[in-house]
Design a protein around this ligand. Structure first.
Ligand SMILES: CC(C)(COP(=O)(O)OP(=O)(O)OC[C@H]1O[C@@H](n2cnc3c(N)ncnc32)[C@H](O)[C@@H]1OP(=O)(O)O)[C@@H](O)C(=O)NCCC(=O)NCCS
Length: 229
C-alpha cells in the first residue's frame, strides 16, 4: 500500500505515527497542516495541539523524514464512557490517495483501543465514502459536549477512566442586595436586537430530513473492540 508514495521505499520506511506531545518540534508544522485545511488562528490551533496527552485528548501525527504528512485527534466523550470522537483527520494535500489516510485512521483506532475505548465516533460533511471504506457506519448524531478539554492552569483535566470534576459551588447573594444593585443600574442600556425570523420547515419535508439539511454533517461510528483483542 505505502509503496505508492512517490518518494520511494526509503521514504516509506521512515514513516511512522507519533503522539504529538512527545515531539514538540513537530507542533508548528502540524499546526500549519491542519490550518491549511481548516484555517483558524495559530494561537487557538496550538492551544488545542498542546492539550494532547497520553490519556486523551491525544493528537497523532503521521511523520516521514521529520515531515508531518498527516494528523488526527482523538478525544474522550465525557458523557459516554468507552467512546471517543475522532476529529481533524487530514493528510497533506501532496500525499492524498496513497493509503496514508487509511494508515493514520488505523493507528488512531489502535491507540484509542489501547486507552480502553471500544467505540469511535466521528462526523463529516463530505468524506462519507472514505469513512465507509474504513468500516464506519452511519449513526445518530452524538453530542461531543462534556468531552475532554477542560482547562485548569493551562492543562487538560479530563482523562479517560479518570474524570476529575471540580465541585460546583455558587456564592449565595442576599436577595436584598441583588434588588438594590439592580435599581442602581442606569436605564441607558440599549434594547436587545430583534430576534431573527423563525426558520420555516419546507413544505412536504419531514422533521428528520429538515434537520439533516440544517446539520450537514453525517455521523459515523465504528466498534473498536476487535482491534484491542
Ligand atoms: C479524507 C482524507 C484524510 C483521506 O486521506 P487519503 O490518504 O487520501 O485516503 P487513502 O488514500 O488512505 O484512502 C483510503 C481509501 O478511501 C478511499 N477514499 C479516500 N478519499 C475518498 C473520498 N473522498 N471519496 C471516496 N473514497 C475515498 C480511497 O480510494 C481508498 O480506497 P481503497 O483502499 O479501496 O483504495 C484526505 O483526503 C484529506 O486529508 N482530506 C482533507 C481533509 C478532510 O476532509 N478530512 C476529513 C474530515 S471529516
Amino acid at each position: 500500500m505505502l509503496e505508492a508514495t512517490e518518494r520511494g521505499k526509503d521514504f516509506v520506511k521512515t514513516m511512522h505515527v507519533v503522539l504529538i506531545h512527545n515531539h514538540p518540534s513537530l507542533l508548528d508544522e502540524c499546526c500549519d497542516l491542519i490550518n491549511m485545511e481548516w484555517p483558524r488562528s495559530k494561537t487557538a490551533r496550538m492551544r488545542t495541539l498542546k492539550m494532547s496527552c497520553d490519556t486523551l485528548p491525544t493528537c497523532l501525527a503521521l511523520v516521514a523524514e521529520s515531515k508531518v504528512l498527516g494528523h488526527s485527534k482523538v478525544s474522550a466523550i465525557g458523557s459516554m464512557p468507552g467512546a471517543c470522537i475522532v476529529e481533524s483527520v487530514v493528510i497533506h494535500p501532496d500525499y492524498r490517495g496513497k493509503g496514508l489516510g487509511r494508515l493514520i485512521m488505523s493507528e488512531t483506532e489502535k491507540y484509542a483501543a489501547s486507552q480502553g475505548i471500544n467505540t469511535a465516533y466521528l462526523s463529516t460533511i463530505d468524506q462519507q465514502d472514505f469513512y465507509k471504506k474504513l468500516g464506519y457506519s452511519e449513526c445518530a448524531p452524538v453530542s461531543i459536549y462534556g468531552c475532554s478539554g477542560l482547562y485548569s492552569n493551562g492543562k487538560t483535566e479530563t482523562c479517560v477512566g479518570n474524570i476529575k470534576k471540580e465541585p460546583f459551588t455558587m456564592e449565595r447573594i442576599p436577595l436584598s442586595r441583588t434588588i438594590s444593585d439592580c435599581s442602581a443600574v442606569p436605564s441607558t442600556i440599549p434594547p436587545p436586537p430583534p430576534l431573527p425570523p423563525p426558520i420555516k420547515r419546507p413544505e412536504g419535508k419531514d422533521l428528520k430530513t429538515h434537520f439533516k439539511i440544517l446539520n450537514r454533517k453525517t455521523y459515523f461510528k465504528k466498534i473498536l473492540v476487535h482491534i484491542a483483542e
